[in-house]
Design a protein around this ligand. Structure first.
Ligand code: 5GP
Length: 183
């Protein structure tokens, strides 16, 4: 889906399809270099990160494996509840593994801090974060993001995996949702 398919629902483009593609190439090169000779497991947080995960793995040259977790902290609204619940855990035993968490967006950072602690406690060899988007509030908590796509303003965004009430995940770019949609 392109922005022209849902023009009335979007207020502003924040990141174009071309910008995402270029950034992923850059980040993938850094990840390939950092994990050369290592056995890397990418863990994506569903559902939002599924699009980013799929583009990122294909941009990597090294051998990697993937796994998925589903956690919920948002429900159908636009505000973080701070409550994290595991809806689907990993299939992989990550003891001794080099893990890279692939996240769509960091807002308050609550979800990610919780996830980092949870996975670290399973005895990983290393754990880092690749987040496509980060909002200003993320600066308030300690969220170490090794591979960051874009810092964006504090607005509710959709597209490239990110939804509002399960819609707009298939939008190719990242855009601010028009307020009338959730008013
Ligand atoms: P945090 O715990 O960092 O506040 O929230 C992280 C999660 O909230 C993200 O994984 C995402 O699911 C959701 N989220 C935060 N900001 C946005 C946003 O602007 N748009 C959408 N669609 N989801 C968001």
């Amino acid at each position: 889906m392109r922005e022209s398919d849902v023009p009335d629902d979007l207020a502003e483009t924040l990141v174009t399809e071309e910008q995402i593609t270029a950034k992923i190439a850059e980040l993938a090169a850094a990840i390939d270099a950092d994990y050369a000779g290592k056995d890397l497991l990418l863990v994506a947080v569903l559902k939002g990160a599924f699009v980013y995960m799929s583009d990122l793995v294909r941009a990597l040259s090294g051998q990697v494996t993937v796994d998925f977790m589903a956690v919920s902290s948002y429900g159908a609204g636009t505000r973080s509840s701070g409550v994290v619940k595991i809806n689907k855990d990993l299939d992989t035993d990550i003891t001794g593994r080099h893990v890279l968490i692939v996240e769509d967006i960091i807002d308050s950072g609550l979800t990610l801090s919780w996830l980092l602690e949870n996975l670290r406690s399973r005895g990983v060899a290393s754990i880092e974060v690749a987040a496509l988007l980060r909002k200003p509030d993320a600066a308030k908590v300690q969220v170490p993001v090794k591979y960051l796509g874009f810092d964006i303003p504090n607005a509710f965004v959709v597209g490239y995996g990110l939804d509002y009430a399960e819609k707009y995940r298939n939008l190719r770019s990242i855009a601010v949702l028009a307020p009338h949609v959730y008013a």
